[in-house]
Write a protein that binds this ligand. Structure first.
Ligand SMILES: *[C@@H]1O[C@H](CO)[C@@H](O)[C@H](O)[C@H]1NC(C)=O
Ligand SMILES: *[C@@H]1O[C@H](CO)[C@@H](O)[C@H](O)[C@H]1NC(C)=O
Length: 260
């Protein structure tokens, strides 16, 4: 009866083995030795093979333990390095913020006697005013959707009209795609270094070589139009020549209608 049942099981589901195979790992070294050697082998041979297997297993165990230990150490080292990198990055952010606050205190006074080219400062102060609770990169990501399409490869309708206005008034030109690219990465590309160009007598200055110089002017003009940058700003080209002036979100050609 049992045999017939087993046969039926085999026929109905041929992929199921009738007997489960005993796994190698569950054998003791002496059981495994008996399986390996000739049935007529002497006890001494079996004992020798048993010893050999036991020793091989111990060696394998030692190597595995060493690998586990090294992995654990590597993980600890990696976590420590990551924590250090996080701390360093936080320290940098704190220093950058301090630097920015210092500039915000000093630059307005400085602009009464010198021209101050500070692309990053202008964008940063506008963004901080626009979204005081966000970190800079998050505030910029939110802001740039006004000018750059979600793919990051093109300009929005507002962005295109702003670009043509700035190009028309400043005489600087660049391809839409290059300006979009400049705007996409703007916050990472703008140096926090401040220059004091001699070609304009005084005041806040932004710009530089297109397309990046135009991208900066677009961001500053937009922030100015939204009321987040109170200063008037002169736009310069890549050769430090003044090419336009931005006032209250409106750009006019240089020389501006009023004398400086
Ligand atoms: C068993 O091992 C011993 C020592 O390693 C060796 O002298 C002996 O010849 C071995 N015997 C067999 C049957 O392999
Ligand atoms: C971060 O700054 C603190 C105190 O200002 C300092 O003790 C620490 O070493 C700095 N960390 C790194 C990774 O530079």
């Amino acid at each position: 009866m049992i045999i017939i049942f087993a046969l039926m099981m085999t026929l109905c589901s041929p992929s199921l083995p009738l007997f489960t195979v005993v796994r190698r790992a569950s054998l003791t070294p002496s059981q495994e030795a008996r399986n390996m050697v000739d049935p007529t082998a002497t006890t001494e041979t079996i004992l020798n093979v048993t010893d050999y297997i036991a020793e091989a297993r111990a060696r394998e165990e030692r190597v595995l333990a060493q690998i586990r230990e090294e992995r654990a150490l590597a993980q600890i080292r990696e976590e420590r390095a990551l924590a250090q990198a996080r701390e360093l990055s936080l320290n940098c952010t704190a220093l950058e913020r301090q630097n920015f606050l210092l500039q915000r205190e000093l630059l307005p006074a400085k602009t009464s006697t010198a021209a101050v080219l500070c692309n990053r400062f202008l964008v940063e102060s506008g963004l901080l005013d626009r979204d005081p609770t966000l970190i800079l990169s998050a505030a910029y990501d939110k802001f740039k959707t006004k000018l750059v399409t979600p793919s990051g490869k093109g300009l929005t309708k507002a962005g295109r009209s702003l670009l043509s206005d700035i190009s028309w008034k400043s005489g600087m030109s660049a391809r839409h795609r290059d300006v979009a690219n400049g705007l996409q990465m703007l916050i990472h590309q703008l140096s926090s270094v401040i220059h004091y160009p001699k070609l304009v007598r005084r005041g806040f200055v932004c710009g530089g070589h297109p397309p990046l110089g135009i991208a900066v002017a677009m961001a500053v003009l937009t922030l100015q139009a939204e009321g987040h940058i109170g200063h008037d700003v002169v736009v310069i080209d890549g050769d430090y020549n003044p090419v336009a002036e931005m006032k209250g979100g409106v750009i006019s050609s240089w020389p501006a209608t009023h004398a400086r």
